[in-house]
Every structure is written in C-alpha cells, then in structure tokens.
Design a protein around this ligand. Structure first.
Ligand code: HSE
Length: 437
C-alpha cells in the first residue's frame, strides 16, 4: 500500500521532533500501521536543517496555505501554535477534506467547538492528544481507556513550568523570578510566560480535559484561573510543616449542582503520589466510578515527548482512514448530539478546605477574634499555628487549615478578618484538596 502523505505546518521544536521521530522510527511505525507514513510537505519560515532527519525527502516552502491546499496531502499536522493563522489553516484543511492533528491547546480550548463541528460536517478527524500534558496519552486514556466509567473528578499538574518553579522554591528555597528565568532558558515556558504562571496554559488544557471527561462543550471562558505568582516561600514551608505540598492544579469535578473547572495553587497531602511529581513533569489523576483512581505521569513538554503524542494521533487517523466517520472515536469522547448542557459552577459555589496565612499583632485576644469570625461563619478550624515573626517584624504569621466550606462563605469571613485592626494586609488563602477516592 502507498505511504500516507502528511503535510507539516511548523518545523520548530515540536515540528522538528515530529519529523525526527517519524523518520527514525519509520519501520517500527509501519509495522504497527500496515503502511508507511511520510511527511512529504512542510511549511516553515525558519528551521535548523542540521537537526532534522529525512529533510531531503520533504518539500519545504514558507506558505502554510499552499500545503493545506495541496491535493496530494491527506493529513495536516498543525504545529505553529497561537490562534491565527492556525485557526484559518485548520478550518481550510477541514474544508479541503483533510484530517488534522494539532498540539495547539489554546486553539482547541477557545475554538474547538467550532472546529469539531466543521470536521463533523466534513467527515474528517481533528486529533489533539499533544495539546494536553505533552507526551502523556491522557486524551486517549480518558476518551477510550476509561470509556466504561462515569468520571467523577480529575486533577492534574498540567503546566511543567509552574511545577518546576514550585519544586525549586520548595527544594532549594529559590525565588520565583529566578526560577522562571531558568524555565524559559530550558525552553519549557510559553512564548508569553504569563500563560504559564497565571494558569492560562493550564486552563486551556483543563477545559479540554473537563469536556472529554464529562461530555460537555469546551468552556475555557468559564474556567476559573488563578496563578502561582502570589505564592511565597513561607507558604511552601508552612504547607510542608502541615504535611502538604503546594501544586498548581487543574481540577474538574462533577457535582450534583454542576461542573467545577478550576486552576489554582492547591495544598495536597504529601503522601499522595501526585504530590511527588516534581520539576517539569506532568501528571493527571482521574477518578472513575468503576476503576477508582488512576494516575498518568510523564513529560508534559519538549520536542520528542510532544512528538510522541502527535505521531500517535497520525497513526490513529491512518488506521481509521477507511472507517465511516460515525464509527470513529468522537472528538469530545461523547457523541456530538449527546453533549450535556451542565452549568459550570462559579467559584463562590465551590466547596473546598483552605489554608490561611494572616499577619497579626502578637497580643491577647487576636486569635480568639479570628476564630470567632470563622466560627460564626460555620467554618471549622482543623489546625492552627502561630509562627515566629520575621526578623525586625512585630507582626506574626498565623497559619491555619480549615475544614471544607463553600467559597462564598469563606470570602465573607476573610473580608471580616481583613477589616480587624489587629490584622495587617490581605489574608493569603490557598485551597486544600485531599484528592482521595
Ligand atoms: N508551557 C507549557 C508547560 C508547555 O510549561 O507545560 C507545554 O504545554
């Protein structure tokens, strides 16, 4: 059988990795698929020819639309990133009846509903394994491997840069800015690092995971997003003393009232496996009603780990080329007509436990006033500690863990605490999750 012809848009880190993996492992992949897969055309403005394998077999141009319009090409692999022209290219490829593979999480999270609808109409597939957690086959696992389950919740470390920063702050007592610079130099950070540290990149990925877990449309705009920029070294240390680690998690949970989609720093018990996922590594913990908890771990970024996911998607598409569109795995795991219109809960209605750090005057009655406010709000304290003041400081940090409470109630209590004369500045509040079955 003739090899399948693939057009590659972008020959940067992931594009180069994809060409290299497909070239190096061509024979092994052909043994799996039953035919060859060849990148015959590529579009790139600039690339490092010396680092690319099999480039002599590829017709390279700088016009991505020319590749998308080339009638020889059956599958388009979009690895340019960003919204535009990626969106126009993907929609044009679909219009031309080509299947698409993309690693573009921002594009899928923001425009996936429109893109999948167009693909459905045309009977083509848009595959996006590499968009979430790089090389970890998490889309495949949730969409196919766990298809028997009602997914109850999932929680993921899905931004390597953020995880690297928090790990270095904990292990080496380094400062936030210093570690961010290193992550950028290592090539893990997004072009705009605020996407990493403010949780936007993780929210893109979480919107996708939540959608395929619960069979709901993609709703990035309703995903609560909070970054790690306010986390201080002392919080990392106090969390440790309580037996917790601070991780930047994306959490999707189905409740009786609706779906929670939230990205924020979170204290999790240090004994959980996922609490020990360090450095740039990613991990996703998924709780299914039949299987219980399952954990997926691996590299969330980098040339060949991400290429591993891209190439797996190409393999899937090639295997299903002769399958009727209605018999293929649906884009969002559930049949398009079966997507549920469940409400996404506003953060005020979400229930979690909390870590609070309050800067207080060290004098009689202060702890009692704060405990009184929490008690009146129906908030139960699990643990409380007064720490030593920093050198030359008269204020002392009071740190505590609460039991679970609805966020709206906690917000009101925090406002009252901040209004006390004996309390200085804002209360540091970090949510706590046990992540148990
Ligand atoms: N900037 C992302 C990260 C790259 O740090 O995880 C992979 O999406």
């Amino acid at each position: 059988m003739n090899p399948v012809k693939v057009g590659l848009l972008g020959l940067g880190t992931v594009g180069g990795g994809t060409l290299n993996v497909l070239t190096r492992n061509a024979a092994e992949i052909a043994r799996r698929v039953g035919r060859g897969i060849r990148i015959t055309h590529a579009a790139a403005k600039a690339y490092d020819a010396d680092s690319l394998l099999g480039l002599d077999q590829v017709e390279v141009c700088d016009d991505a639309f020319a590749v998308v319009d080339n009638p020889e090409v059956q599958i388009i692999v979009e690895l340019i990133g960003g919204y535009s022209p990626a969106k126009e290219l993907v929609l044009k490829a679909i219009e031309n009846g080509k299947h698409v593979v993309t690693a573009n999480k921002a594009l899928i999270a923001m425009h996936g509903n429109e893109i999948f609808e167009a693909a459905q109409r045309k009977g083509v597939t848009v595959a996006f394994e590499a968009a979430v957690a790089g090389g970890i086959p998490i889309i495949k696992a949730v969409r196919e491997g766990l298809a028997a389950n009602r997914i109850e919740w999932l929680a993921g470390i899905i931004n390597g840069t953020g995880n690297f920063i928090l790990t270095e702050m904990r292990d080496k007592g380094r400062d936030f800015d210093d570690v961010l610079k290193e992550a950028q130099a290592l090539g893990y950070a997004e072009a705009d690092p605020t996407f990493d540290v403010e949780g936007i990149d993780a929210a893109h990925k979480l919107a996708i995971l939540g959608s395929i877990a619960f069979g709901i449309p993609l709703q990035f705009d309703k995903t609560y997003t909070e970054g790690i920029t306010r986390i201080e070294r002392q919080d990392v240390e106090y969390a440790n003393q309580f037996g917790y680690r601070i991780k930047h998690l994306g959490i999707a949970r189905k409740t009786d009232k609706g779906v929670e989609l939230r990205v924020h720093p979170t204290l999790i018990p240090e004994r959980r496996l996922i609490a020990n996922v360090d450095g740039v590594m990613n991990a996703v913990l998924v709780q299914g009603d039949a299987v219980g908890p399952t954990l997926y771990y691996g590299a969330g970024a980098g040339a060949e780990p991400t290429a591993s996911a891209v190439v797996a998607d190409i393999v899937d598409i090639v295997r299903a080329l002769t399958t009727d569109p209605e018999n293929r795995v649906p884009h969002l795991a559930f049949q398009p007509g079966e997507l549920a219109d469940l409400p996404i809960l506003p953060m005020e209605q979400v229930e979690t436990a909390y870590y609070l750090r309050i800067q207080v005057e060290d004098k009689p009655g202060v702890v009692a006033r704060i405990a009184g406010i929490l008690g009146e709000a129906g908030i139960s304290i699990e643990a409380i500690q007064q720490k030593e003041p920093a050198e030359g400081e008269s204020l002392v940090p009071l740190v505590m863990l609460s039991h679970r409470v609805v966020e709206g109630q906690m917000n009101q209590a925090i406002a009252q605490i901040e209004a006390l004369d004996s309390v200085s500045g804002q209360v540091m509040r970090i949510r706590v999750e046990q992540l148990d079955a």
